[in-house]
Design a binder for this molecule. Sequence first.
Ligand code: PLP
Length: 249
Amino acid sequence: SLLWGETPANPAMRITDIQAVAEVAHLSGARLAIDSTFATPIATQPITLGADYVIHSLTKYCCGHGDAMGGAVLASKDDMRSIETDAQIHMGGVISPFNAWLINRGLGTLPLRMQAHEANALAVAQFLESHPQVTKVLYPGLASHPHHELAKRQMKNFSGMLSFQVNDGADRVSRMISELQIIHYAVSLGHHRSLICWLGTDDLMASSYHLTGDALRAYREFAGDGVFRLSVGLEDPEDLCRDLARALD
Ligand SMILES: Cc1ncc(COP(=O)(O)O)c(C=O)c1O
């Protein structure tokens, strides 16, 4: 059996203790797969912490420019065998050469881009934390994040993803769309350009996560009724804060 984790997790930014979960998984004979898309290989290398499989959406930070789609599964040769001889054949696993070329080119600047994403995200997170309309900011690099200590241990870079809550969040979506001039209102993440989208908890549960009971309560403790998820890009952070201030005021 396979235990699946995503850290930092989309969009509540919860952090999974990979080492601890790997020990639990292996004690019960399960394998551990970690989706490390938000962290990127610059921040976290799950296999060195005990995970068996690592998954990256290459569409995001690894490519970095929002112009190519791809994905990667990483594991030991033995663990990759069934993917190569089974999943890849039945589900298709061959990336288009042009997308591979774009992603490969993007990878060359990943270390420098991640430094800039992190610095910009921290500046924006601090700005949002001080804004009167913002009720909660979830960024692993902030001391206020409930998993900040774990994030410090596990992440060499806090990445560029953050989520925040505002009063009456769902009612502010149209203002975000009309007022933001630099940040683009769109899904996806990890691009050079900042992207923001509203992820209402009820919608997300109905469309994808389907959490119930304690799992749903734990999710709501972080994300409440919904969050604006912001993928902080490589623009000047002062421009990003001014853009958000205009949309929030
Ligand atoms: C954490 C995470 N993993 C994987 C994916 C899937 O990525 P792709 O668009 O490359 O299929 C997403 C998409 O948003 C994501 O957020």
